[in-house]
Design a protein around this ligand. Sequence first.
Ligand code: ADP
Ligand code: NI
Length: 214
Amino acid sequence: MDYINQTIRYVKEELQGAEAGHDWFHVERVYKNALQILQYEQADEQVVILGALLHDIADSKFHNGNEDIGPEKALAFMTSIQIDEEVKNHVVEIIRNISFKGGNFTQSFSSTELNIVQDADRLDALGAIGIARAFHFGGFHNRIIYNPEEKPRLNMTKEEYKKHVGTTINHFDEKLLRLKDRMNTPTGKKIAAQRHQFMTQFLEQFYAEWNGER
Ligand code: ADP
Ligand code: NI
């Protein structure tokens, strides 16, 4: 079996029973987005593929905030299938640095490969899928849909963002609508613009219905 199929098999097994926002199908969509972006970029294909497939192998949100488990598990797996040292280290950096976490901190590592995987992951937070994932997340964590008296918080630090319990509609302002301007690659920007527009249309309809105007 080649390294891609070995990795797919491992990720599917590890993510069995994962909540629907970060399950194998999320990873599969991110993988497909990454392959699409890769067509227009000069980058190491193996690093991008492994980064996309392993990026959510152990999300810190579901491990008491522990940000080391994901990179460690990915590293152990890559060692078990004899991936080159340099590739392994690069993939680990991608997993460590991919996350949004409020957007108000400086990333400690940068590479074209990270840019691609990050864009691929962000695209899955946008558009129709993005809306579905946001409300799924809200339901899963027992959050309320919307409260007109609760204003979005835009300047949270990474720690505040991680602890913050807000409404799902506010999450659009706090994160989802800000992603369009944070895309790294031209392909990512183009797809994000279209998905962003779909989300703003959804919100317009949502507020109109909330106010009994439509
Ligand atoms: P990141 O790792 O980039 O910080 P998350 O893993 O927190 O991103 O979020 C992944 C997806 O889960 C988001 O794109 C969104 O769809 C959903 N999500 C995360 N936090 C919230 C929230 N507070 N309300 C609604 N959806 C959320
Ligand atoms: Ni992800």
